[in-house]
Structure formats: C-alpha cells, structure tokens
Design a protein around this ligand. Structure first.
Ligand SMILES: *[C@@H]1O[C@H](CO)[C@@H](O)[C@H](O)[C@H]1NC(C)=O
Ligand SMILES: *[C@@H]1O[C@H](CO)[C@@H](O)[C@H](O)[C@H]1NC(C)=O
Ligand SMILES: *[C@@H]1O[C@H](CO)[C@@H](O)[C@H](O)[C@H]1NC(C)=O
Ligand SMILES: *[C@@H]1O[C@H](CO)[C@@H](O)[C@H](O)[C@H]1NC(C)=O
Length: 777
C-alpha cells in the first residue's frame, strides 16, 4: 500500500517537474525574443528620457533642444525594468501592456533600495508584503496621512503642450518680462532672453504638475493597497487567489535563479528601521484613520418610514418576506475579527433595493418617482440617503407617497391592465418600504464641507445598507421594474451595469486620458499585490480618445460585495479637484474609479443614449428644395436609454414632463419661435404640452461622431446631436439617425445610427407610466 502511494507520489512529482521545466523553457524563449534580442531597440523603454506627456516641443529658436523635463523618478532605471519583474508580470497576464506609462508609488523606491528584489518575491507572503509597504510609509514619515482638504489645483487643463502654454500666457509673460527688464512690451517677443523666460515658466508649471500628480499617484496606490490588504482580506476568494499567486511567484523566482545558475533565493532581511516599527499595534489603531481621516468611524442613522430609528443597518429580510432579501451567508466571509470599521460596514450590508440621494429641493420628483415605482409593481425597498439635512416635511411627503392607499389609477390603465398580475390592484398599488439614512455623523467634522452636492451620490453608494442596489436620481424615470436591472446578463456576470451618455461633440484634451491612465495600478502594484494593470478594455473607451461625456450616471447598478474597494476609490477620487475638474459632476467616476482600482469588471450597455419622443414629421423639416431628408430626427429634452439586449426603452432622464424646466421656461418667447412643435396652436396649449407627459413612440441613437464633421452637399446633418437652445430653456436636443451624405467633392461620408420604433404594448405602457408620474387621472 505504502509502496503504491510512493509510486503515485513520484509519478506526480515527475509531472509537476515536467510542467515547471516546460514553463521555464518557454520563459527562456520568451526572454530571448522579447528582451535580449530587442534590448538595443528597447533602450528607450529601459531609460525613459522623455517627459511623461511627451508633449514638450522646443521652439524653433531654442538652441538647447536636448533639454528635457523629466520627473526625477524616471531618470533612473526603474525597478519595473528588472528582468525578474518582467517575468513575474508576464506570468500574471498574457496580454501585452499597451499603456503609455507606468507610474509606481514613490515609496517603492525606498523599499527596493533596501531589499534584494528576489528576496521579496521569493519569500514574502501577502501579509508580509502589506506590512513591508506600510512600515515603509511610517518610516518615511511618522505623520503621513491623506488630507482630502489639501488644496491641489488643476491649472491650465488644456495647455500641457509647450506651444499651447506659450500661446495662452504670451501677453501675461510679455508684460511681466518687459517690466522686469525695463523694456517696451512690443520689443520683447522673439528675443532669446524672453524665450528662456517662457521656458523657465513652463518648466515650473510642468514641475508643479508632475509633483502633484505623483502625490495623487501615491495616495491612490496606498488606498488600493490598504483596501486589498485589510478591508477585503477576509474574502475567501481573495485569500485563495493571493495564496496561489504567492506560491507561483516563489516557484518562479526559484526557477529563474536555477536557470541563470544563481545561488538559491536569498532570505528576506528586514532593515534596522523596519525592525523598529511594531506593525500589529499600528494596524488596528492607526492605519484606517490615516487612510480615511474623513470618516468619523460611526455608522449612519437608519430611520424607517414609521419613524423608528436604529443605529445599525436593518436586516431587510425582516421587513420584506418575499424571498428577494437574502441575509448574508456567514460562511462566505468569516464574520471575522477584523477591527476595521469599513470591513464591519461591509459585513453588515444585506439584501437589495433602490438607493436615492436627495435634498429637500428634490422632494416633488421623488414623490412622483415613488408613485411610478408603485405602478411598476416594485416590491424592493427604497433607501433615501441624505447628508445636508432633510426636513420633516420632505420626509412626510415621501412617506405619504409610499404608503397611502392608491386604488385609483389613470384611465390609461385600461389599455394595459392585461399586462399586470391579477392582484396588482387588490390592495391598491403596492406600498413601498422606505428608509431614510442620515450620514451626517458618519463624516468627520473637519471634512463635512467636502460632501456637498454631487458627491452625495458616493456617500449613498457607501452608506446604503444593501449588498446590491440600483442608484438613481430623483428625476430618473424607470420604464422597467427594478428587478429587470438585476437580471441583466451583464450585471449578473460582472456585478455592475452602467449606461452611456449622449455622444455630443464635446471633446477633452488628451492630457485628461494621460492623467487617468497614470493613476491606474503600476506594474509593481500588480506583481507585489496582484492588482492588475489597466488593459485595452478600459483604454479603448472613446473617453480615452477624447470624448467628453461617456457615462450617464442617472441609473447605476452595483454589487457592493464584489466591488467594495472600487466604491471606496470613487469616494477618494471625488476629493481631488484635478479629477472632478475634468469631469462633469459625478458622471465618469464610477467606471474610472474601478479601472484605477485595478477592477475592470464593469459592463456598459452598448448603445449610447438616445433621443426619445416622436419622430419629427418630414414635412416640418423639408430640405430647401422641398424634398425629404434621408435622416430622421427626434427633438426631445430627454436622453433615453435603450437596452442593447432587446432594444427596450429602460429608463430616461429629466422627469416625465415634456420639459423638465417648467418653472424656468419663458413660454411666450419659446412659443413665438414657431419652428418646432408646429401643431400647437395657442400659447395655452403650448404650456399644457410642456407640462404633460412626454409622448414616446420612438428612439434615435445617432451615429458616434467624435471629431467627425460629416459636412455634405445634401443638407443632411453633419453631427449626430444638435442642441436647439430655443426650446425647453436650452435643454432640447435633436438626435439624427444618419449624418453625412455625398459631399461637394463627390465623396460619401454617411454614417448610420439606429432608429427604434416601439410596439403598441410599449407605447401604451409609457402612456400609463407617464400619467402616473405626472398625476393625470
Ligand atoms: C519642483 O518642485 C518641487 C516642489 O514644488 C521642488 O522641491 C523642486 O525643487 C522643483 N524642481 C525643479 C527642477 O524645479
Ligand atoms: C436640520 O434641520 C432642522 C430643522 O429643519 C434643524 O433644527 C437642525 O438644526 C438641522 N440640522 C443640521 C445639522 O443642520
Ligand atoms: C468578473 O467577475 C466574474 C464574476 O464575479 C468573475 O467570474 C470573473 O473572473 C471576473 N473577471 C475579472 C477579469 O476579474
Ligand atoms: C469576494 O470577492 C469576490 C471577487 O473579488 C466576490 O465575487 C465575492 O462576492 C466576495 N465575497 C464576499 C463575501 O464579499
């Protein structure tokens, strides 16, 4: 028996050894090909000499062309270029690294100065690496802390190139230079001294920019490493993944040393300073406070619609007993001994539902939304997360909307009654389980001013108590029941579902893309902590090619268990002026934070936003010669979202009134234009039309027109979207199904989008939902 076992064992051994040998041989071949053979040509890669943005262009007159501005870290051969790091990275990901830069946290420099690379990757397990990282942060500065209030300015967002910079500041610098040298403003330009003066200014600007960017890189790296090391470190999946990752690295380091005939892996020796830092006392009491100084480490206050208040997240299954609310299984993550607040917060979340973040000014829309949710037969709980104080009056209105008996439904229900279950109206429209969550005391007093306005949405993301939630704006209009979104295949696969914005022609400078790319995980992050670098999945998004608006965040579906660390990254990113100065509101932060966190497991609906409403009759927009356009047009104040799975309209923005700007509109003026909505005869009817529900028959998703101006000779639109400022107080946008056509030169630049005509059932349902939302009998 024992012999048999031995035979089996030794056979296993042979198999394991042969796998290792094949592996090493293939690595050698890979090395030979990609490293040794190309080493002459990749010298540049090893010794990056250009500035990171590579956009410094010396002017014609400059005689010191060779002068480069480089941040100091890239002057030296960096750790990421060490052979072993390349091999380890190769082992992690087969995909080619297509990023244009790699920016490690500066603390790695001190770590790798002290330690032999092989001694780290060949010996240290995951916990030991975490300790090494944080010990060194303390050694560098005992008082290190993230300060979200630190003022980091985004200056000259559009002027990263020298020539642009020069152009923008020419007058200012001419004046300054002339004053300093007692010269006439007109005679300073084109002198070598003035050129040097401008260059020095630019170098200062560049240095300031690189300095603060490195600072943000350091913050963001520490955050993602802290989260992985301590917040999700009780996750069984993560534990087994990191164990395997470490084991593979040990084998690889050992194997590579054998192949290159080096002695066996050197032991890891802590430096004297590292020995002096007692890590475990740090861990529990200090680390989380240093990384998250804006938390008060108090839970928010949870208030049920009945007025009952509690200081712990509610167990939703106690309130909604239809099986939709799962309790957390304690086997998955050991209800652990972790002393971290954020870890406990995560463990207390449960169930699923809808989340809104509102202030008193949103109460009317919220009430309408709740009526709509009742009509949609929603059974999921709703949590209203607030920060700035929500008045009693607002709460009362919301509770009334959610719980009053609603037995009368609009007349339009008759046409759709057959689509609803039999008990739909038995006890009136279903009541809603509403909770209010007050987050004021969960934020440290020093940082409360950071959480005004848009950022509330991220607080709602963190402090709602669900495992899975749909985060919506008060003026978001759902056309499907909330359950529909949780069942989307993309959501089930990745634990996120996002929607895209209108592809308007606004663009962003390429320096934005560089900045966000720079914040992503570095190669060292990936080989030390198994946090993957950004791939083409993210970098191929049109946002990185200069599209200004990519995401529309009026409805976001998120699984917090899977993406907890990314949610924490969203909050952190939102603190930086240099991040939100590049983004309209909170829109792009959801997916960017995920990618920056090394989590590319997010899904977007494939279609961009559509214009929804009625197709403009061709007669109303005939060409100058009286013929019809090939393109179709919908002008509407509402961007709508059409599912790329089944072309259903799933939700749209800006409420259900035809115009969401009712109080701001100058009706007489808008009516007087008489170039759209020509069927409306009187000013009174015009006002009523604006107030009534949007009528939806079709949707147009224009072709993507980034940087394309499809100028043509056929009077077809040259861009997919056109904002007609004259209507709905400037909120009316026209979308076109086709842009371009034959040009004067006899070419054809036509691009085709998509037109969706909804069927009768859908149109009748939209009508019913519209009547409920607006409150028409
Ligand atoms: C760049 O800026 C930093 C801090 O603002 C300063 O310490 C450093 O001396 C500057 N370097 C150069 C080359 O100007
Ligand atoms: C919230 O509002 C109430 C009255 O509406 C007021 O008494 C209270 O002081 C406010 N609290 C804060 C923190 O602003
Ligand atoms: C994405 O998430 C799914 C399910 O949670 C998982 O199976 C898959 O491996 C993840 N993909 C990546 C790239 O992390
Ligand atoms: C653990 O992490 C994985 C992916 O990282 C996720 O799918 C899973 O839901 C997490 N489990 C818990 C209990 O948080």
């Amino acid at each position: 028996m024992i012999e048999k076992l031995n035979v089996k064992r030794s056979r296993q051994k042979i198999i394991v050894y042969s796998i290792v040998i094949i592996w090493l041989v293939s690595i050698n071949i890979w090395l030979l090909n990609t490293y040794y053979l190309s080493s002459s040509s990749s010298a540049e890669e090893l010794m990056p000499t250009n500035s990171i943005y590579n956009e410094y262009e010396t002017s014609n007159e400059g005689d010191d062309d060779s002068k480069d501005i480089t941040d100091s870290s890239s002057r030296e051969k960096s750790v990421k270029d060490e052979l072993i790091i390349k091999i380890l990275q190769k082992q992690l990901s087969k995909a080619k690294d297509t990023r244009t830069m790699d920016t490690p946290a500066s603390i790695y420099k001190s770590i790798f100065e002290k330690h032999d690379i092989d001694s780290i990757f060949g010996n240290l397990d995951f916990d030991q690496r975490c300790q090494l990282f944080f010990k060194n942060l303390f050694i560098r500065d005992h008082n290190w802390i993230f300060n979200p209030n630190e003022d980091i300015q985004l200056e000259n967002k559009n002027e990263f190139k020298f020539n642009d910079y020069k152009k923008w500041h020419m007058e200012e610098y001419k004046t300054e230079f002339a004053k300093q040298h007692h010269k006439n403003v007109d005679e300073v330009e084109h002198t070598p001294q003035f050129e040097d003066f401008v260059k020095a200014k630019y170098e200062d600007f560049w240095n300031r920019t690189m300095t603060y960017e490195q600072k943000i890189v350091d913050h963001v790296s520490t955050l993602r490493i802290f989260n992985k090391c301590f917040i999700t470190s009780d996750n069984k999946t993560q534990i087994s993944q990191t164990n395997q990752f470490i084991k593979d690295q040990f084998k690889l380091v050992d194997g590579v040393r054998r192949v290159s005939k080096k002695p066996s892996t050197p032991a890891f020796v802590s430096s004297k300073e590292e020995n002096l830092v007692s890590f475990h006392s740090l861990e529990s009491s200090v680390l989380e406070h240093r990384v998250y100084p804006w938390l008060s480490f108090e839970l928010p206050v949870y208030e049920r619609w009945t007025g009952r208040i509690q200081y712990n997240p509610p167990i939703m299954a106690d309130y909604i007993k239809d099986g939709s609310q799962k309790k957390k299984s304690t086997t998955d993550s050991s209800s652990s001994s972790s002393s971290f607040f954020l870890n406990k917060l995560k463990q207390k979340s449960n169930g699923k539902g809808l989340v809104l973040s509102i202030g008193d000014s949103h109460v009317d829309d919220t009430v309408r939304l709740i009526h709509l949710l009742r009509a949609l037969n929603n059974k999921l709980p709703i949590q209203i997360v607030y920060y700035d104080n929500l008045s009693k009056d607002t709460k009362n209105k919301i509770v009334t909307a959610a719980t009053d008996l609603m037995t009368t439904v609009p007349k339009s229900f008759e046409n759709v009654a057959r689509y609803f279950p039999e008990d739909y109206l038995t006890n009136g429209l279903p009541k809603q389980e509403v909770w209010f969550i007050n987050t004021y005391n969960a934020i440290h007093a020093d940082f409360r001013q950071k959480f005004k306005k848009y950022s509330n949405k991220f607080l709602a993301t963190l402090f709602n108590s669900f495992d899975e939630f749909i985060l919506i704006d008060a003026d978001t209009v759902l056309m499907q029941s909330p359950e529909y979104f949780f069942n989307l295949p993309g959501y089930i696969e990745t634990g996120t579902f996002f929607y895209k914005d209108r592809t308007t022609y606004e663009t962003r400078p390429i320096s934005d893309a560089k900045f966000f790319e720079k914040l992503g995980p570095s190669i060292i992050d990936s080989v030390m902590f198994n946090i993957p670098i950004m791939t083409q999945y993210t970098l191929d998004k049109p946002f990185f090619k200069g599209l200004f608006h990519y995401m529309e965040s009026g409805l976001v579906v998120l699984n917090r268990n899977i993406h907890y660390n990314s949610i924490l990254m969203m909050l952190q990113l939102n603190f930086y002026t240099t991040v939100n100065g590049r983004i309209h509101g909170d829109k792009e932060i959801f997916w960017l934070a995920m990618a920056i966190n090394g989590d590319e497991n997010y899904t977007f609906n494939e279609h961009f936003a559509a214009s929804v409403g009625k197709i403009t009759p061709q007669l109303e927009r005939a060409k100058p010669d009286g013929t019809e356009h090939k393109s179709e047009e919908i002008c509407s104040p509402h961007p709508g979202h059409v599912s790329s799975y089944d072309d259903a309209l799933v939700w749209f923005n800006s409420g259900f009134h035809y115009c969401g700007q009712l109080d701001a509109v100058d009706y007489a003026k808008e009516f007087s234009h008489k170039s759209r909505l020509k069927h409306i005869q009187s000013l009174e009817a015009f006002e009523t039309f604006y107030r009534n529900p949007l009528q939806i028959e079709a949707a147009i998703i224009p072709p993507m027109d980034l940087n394309i101006h499809a100028v043509n000779a056929e009077d077809e639109p040259s861009k997919g979207w056109f904002m007609d400022k004259r209507y709905c107080n400037g909120y009316c946008w026209c979308g076109y199904s086709i842009i371009g056509g034959n040009t004067k030169e006899g070419k054809n630049n036509e691009l085709v989008g998509k037109v969706v005509h909804f069927d009768d059932k859908a149109i009748e349902l939209f009508k019913y939902y519209g009547d409920v939302w607006v409150g028409i009998e």
